[in-house]
Design a protein around this ligand. Structure first.
Ligand SMILES: Nc1ncnc2c1ncn2[C@@H]1O[C@H](COP(=O)(O)OP(=O)(O)O)[C@@H](O)[C@H]1O
Ligand SMILES: Nc1ccn([C@@H]2O[C@H](COP(=O)(O)OP(=O)(O)O)[C@@H](O)[C@H]2O)c(=O)n1
Length: 206
């Protein structure tokens, strides 16, 4: 079974993907981390984010098991990830890696922006998880503060809207709901309610 989860920034994709993977005993890949890992390596080398040949080379040596979410979740790395995510050749490299992960038995839960549309178009079930920009900005601000970082709701909201716009407008694999994906709007749901709704959707489809 392959579960594809897409949605905008801080919609709760990762939280749902992790919990669904536990529940259905599948592996989990947060594909956003692959873009973040490449962006972080370019930033660390002081190279421009548009340097696609170096980005591809970094992607070719990427070890999924070595990606450290606590380091890669930094706000500026998310912004940089969204900038390199417009590079078609880099996407091809990362999509191959993600697909291999998804197709290894017994299957997996993948979350990102193009899982249902590009990476796993034949997934068993597809969810498009969303919430209002305000709810998402509140969640991301609270998350940053709980990790001991500084966060300002207004600037988080602005950054998040800008990143959504860039992700939705790019020509290669833009963020969009697949025709056969089920929409899950979690604006009025807490994590538990969203998880129960997601389990119901997957159970019906599987
Ligand atoms: N339904 C929800 N209600 C409240 N907070 C949520 C909900 N879903 C996720 N969160 C919280 O919002 C933050 C962002 O969630 P995350 O799963 O990392 O989103 P994404 O993977 O879409 O960026 C996390 O701190 C998470 O605990
Ligand atoms: N499948 C994916 C996953 C992420 N991305 C890009 O990577 C950036 C970071 O993704 P993420 O999922 O880690 O971001 P959050 O939603 O966690 O804030 C996104 O803004 C996208 O530009 C993508 O293009 N395709």
């Amino acid at each position: 079974m392959i579960i594809a989860i897409d949605g905008p920034a801080a919609s709760g994709k990762g939280t749902l993907a992790r919990r669904l993977a536990e529940h259905f005993e599948l592996r989990h890949l947060d594909t956003g981390l692959t873009y973040r890992a490449v962006a972080a390596a370019l930033l660390a080398k002081g190279l421009p984010l548009g340097d696609e040949s170096v980005a591809i080379e970094i992607a070719q040596h990427l070890e999924l098991a070595q990606m450290d979410k606590s380091v890669l979740s930094a706000h500026e790395i998310g912004e940089a990830a969204s900038r390199i995510a417009v590079l078609g050749g880099l996407r091809e490299e990362l999509v191959n890696l993600q697909r291999k992960f998804a197709e290894t038995p017994p299957g997996a839960v993948l979350d990102g922006r193009d899982i249902g549309t590009v990476v796993c178009p034949n997934a068993t079930v597809k969810l498009f998880v969303t919430a209002s920009p305000e709810a998402r900005a509140r969640r991301r601000t609270d998350e940053m503060i709980s990790k001991g970082n500084e966060a300002n709701y207004a600037s988080v909201l602005e950054d998040l809207k800008r990143r959504d716009e860039r992700d939705s407008q790019r020509t290669v694999a833009p963020l969009k709901q697949a025709d056969d994906a089920v929409l899950l709007d979690t604006t009025e749901m807490d994590i538990e309610a969203a998880f129960q709704a997601a389990v119901d959707i997957v159970s019906k489809a599987a």
